[in-house]
Design a protein around this ligand. Sequence first.
Ligand SMILES: NC(=O)c1ccc[n+]([C@@H]2O[C@H](COP(=O)([O-])OP(=O)(O)OC[C@H]3O[C@@H](n4cnc5c(N)ncnc54)[C@H](OP(=O)(O)O)[C@@H]3O)[C@@H](O)[C@H]2O)c1
Length: 331
Amino acid sequence: MKAIVLKTFGGPEALTLMEIPKPEPGPDDILIRVMATALNRADLLERQGHYPPPGKAPVHQVPGLECAGIVDAVGDRVTLFSPGDSVMALLPGGGYAEYAVIHERLAMPVPKGLPVQEAAAIPEVFLTAFDALYNQGGAHPGYRVLVHAGASGVGSAAIQLAHQVAMPVMTTVGSQLKVEAVRAFGADRVVNYRQEGFLDAVQAWTQGKGVDAILDFVGQAYLQDNLKALAADGTLVLIGALSGYEAHINLGVVQARRLKIHGTALRSRAFEKKVALVQQFIKEAIPLFESGRVKPVIDRVYPLRDIADAHRYMESNQNIGKILIEVSQDA
Ligand SMILES: NC(=O)c1ccc[n+]([C@@H]2O[C@H](COP(=O)([O-])OP(=O)(O)OC[C@H]3O[C@@H](n4cnc5c(N)ncnc54)[C@H](OP(=O)(O)O)[C@@H]3O)[C@@H](O)[C@H]2O)c1
């Protein structure tokens, strides 16, 4: 099959289209004929050699944390899916390819009514946002949440999901174009951080009380202000650290105001925990897509052979929502 392989680490030119053996499904696995995959910020790090796949190093390192497609074959013990089913899945890697293999309990049906390709924009960012908001962020009607990088893949998912539980959302973005976009996702208050600081904006928006939860991808540069922006008993969910991981923290603020700092990572999570999240998502979130209450946000679609251009586009921080990669049998 054709796949994008990391033969070396480095810039987008390190992404090499080549023929490699098709993966074989184990007894509990399904083999997916991939119709689309999607980019995630972590793919850029993996390409640079900073985000190795879990477990033993593969013979061919194929990035790609998610895909959507059609079940091509199933292992002997598989009961949940059959050949011909439309599925989407969170992958430990291997999504930039014509075929991918995944344990049946980590695969999800494509929401009814959604084109299969579009479903590739769901697994990584919606599972992350769903888990961060509903399981770790203590989602509750009326609680106020601050979502940083609201136009990112995860941010665009989080804003929509917050609305489903009647949580007012403030979000930060880095351009005027993104201000308009996140309003359309349902953000109640938008801060263009190039024009105003989010801390003052939070204080004004909450009459000095602070927000109940923050979903953050920025880390180092925002930590001090994030802690000041939280209400007493509030939760900071750290999903990424795009500005860096090292930060000075005033423990007095954390202790006196009973704050919680919750780190999260999907890829390294134990199998049973991943399965539990995927099964919870199938039950609670897929109906939201089927009723049209939430939608994957797709910015651009590239063919697999133009994957380097797709990486350059994400690196330029211009994308609003997801960058989809269409995988056809002639790549
Ligand atoms: N923990 C997990 O399991 C998990 C899962 C998925 C994703 N993530 C993390 O979630 C984050 C978002 O991922 P994604 O794929 O949705 O990203 P994305 O679509 O590429 O969006 C990232 C956006 O973040 C903003 N940004 C970049 N560098 C920044 C900086 N130094 N300071 C402030 N803002 C910055 C930019 O938007 P502006 O123009 O608005 O600044 C950029 O477009 C990443 O950190 C990723 O690693 C974590």
